[in-house]
Design a protein. Structure first.
Length: 263
């Protein structure tokens, strides 16, 4: 491990990304559109009443926090790993005097900095206009930050092991598309998980996708009891352990196969 080299790599990638910041700002804005649409839908549906424990202000708080969490946890690097493998460009990463994981993490950190310079001002303006109902405590904030960190790690590693399947198949990107569809459906973007139909709600609580986005949002917006939060953290840790194991297992075997083929 080479922390100094990793920081230099992050800085270099961040400077590179900032040269094309207008493109990434447009991309970040595009990611905001679907949650904002569903915010308008549910705000209109609830009117002045409540629905599933959510008032209009509650839906506003939920979706504004969801936009932030979704963009922080989104792992754009998973979409580039397959191309690096297929076109032999991963060679220079393997030959660097630095752990290969730094390349992916540097892209993640650099990307987050660029996106958040656009996201945070926009979300503050929307919050000022739309008046979310959100009561914050130090305990809630601390649990949210922990859940957010674990959500990012889970989403990153889960997508990373899928991307590493490019060592064997050129269709790994199709699996990433399926993953994003399941996150959209089961991670609280179409509707809060508590409002999903019975079968979908059960799947959301069991599968890892809720814990990549919706779980931190539910903690910060106060929609979980202490017991529910503890259960959520337990499941989040379990899926994180599974995804870490799969990432290491597939990486080790994939690199051996890649070297055997000769790149």
């Amino acid at each position: 491990m080479n922390p100094r080299g990793g920081l230099a790599l992050i800085r270099g990638l961040w400077l590179s990304w900032m040269q094309y910041r207008s493109f990434f700002f447009v991309l970040a804005f595009g990611w905001m559109i679907p949650p904002l649409i569903y915010l308008m839908v549910w705000s209109t549906a609830v009117g002045e009443g409540s629905l599933g424990g959510y008032t209009r202000g509650g839906f506003v708080a939920y979706y504004l926090v969801l936009i932030l969490v979704n963009q922080i946890t989104y792992a754009q690097v998973n979409w580039t790993v397959g191309d690096l493998i297929r076109y032999g460009q991963i060679n220079h990463i393997l030959l660097r005097p630095i752990a290969p994981v730094y390349d992916a993490l540097a892209s993640e950190v650099a990307g987050k900095i660029v996106y958040l310079t656009f996201d945070i001002p926009i979300l503050l303006i929307l919050a000022f206009i739309m008046k979310p109902e959100l009561t914050l405590t130090w305990e809630m904030g601390g649990l949210f930050l922990l859940a957010l960190l674990l959500a990012w790690a889970l989403r990153f590693l889960w997508g990373y092991w899928i991307a590493l399947l490019a060592f064997w198949t050129s269709r790994a990107d199709a699996l990433l598309t399926l993953q994003d569809s399941l996150i959209f459906l089961l991670a609280g973007q179409v509707a809060p998980v508590a409002l999903l139909p019975g079968a979908l709600q059960v799947l959301a609580y069991v599968l890892p996708f809720r814990y990549m986005v919706a779980f931190p949002v539910e903690i910060l917006t106060g929609n979980l009891s202490g017991a529910d939060a503890l259960q959520g953290f337990t499941i989040q840790f379990l899926w994180l352990a599974v995804s870490a194991f799969l990432t290491i297992f597939i990486w080790q075997r994939g690199v051996r196969r890649y070297a055997a083929i000769g790149g």
